[in-house]
Structure formats: structure tokens, C-alpha cells
Design a protein. Sequence first.
Length: 114
Amino acid sequence: VQLQASGGGLMQAGGSLRLSCAASGSSFSIPVMGWYRHTPGKQREMVATFTSGGITNYADSVKGRFTISRDNAKNTVYLQMNSLKPEDTATYYCYGRRSSVNYWGQGTLVTVSS
């Protein structure tokens, strides 16, 4: 299974970006998918995820600003990021989990300028 993330870039504070992550290499769906982010000097943190039951979880720092969604037919997960803040600057990684196996995408850089 490969996860291909896209959509990062440079944005001014207050702007919006949409990240996409497409899973390929398997005809089976990935029940758990989501997004993590990493900033140098900090631990990787969960941003937003879908549980296997379809429940969404968000980091407190992004609640009300970010929305995770998925298209099961396309095995794709999205992250709509609104009201971006400079502290959202990070490399965002797509994550998937199926049958106790974790999958990670290559990361896409999001830079938010003040």
C-alpha cells in the first residue's frame, strides 16, 4: 500500500489549504486514515483521523478550523485547513492503518506566514 499526499504549500495566515492523500496498491479499503504533522524539534502529533468506525478525532489546536473527510470509493482522505495560523507550519503526513499494519505517506510541507 502506498499513500500519496499532495496539496501543501505556502499560505498567509488566515488562508486555507486542502490536503489530499490517495491510497494505492491494494483493492482493500483502509479503515483508519488520517493526518499527522511534524515540526523540527517537536514530536509528531495527530492532527485529524478517522477511526475504523468512521468517527473523527481532532487535535484541540485544530478543532473548528480543520475538517477531515474521505472518499471511500477512491480510498482518499482529505484535510481542509481553514483559518491557518503560523503555528500550523509543519510537514503533514498521511497515515493509514489496516490489520495492525501502519502506512505513512511521504509528507507534504505546509508553511503559513504571518
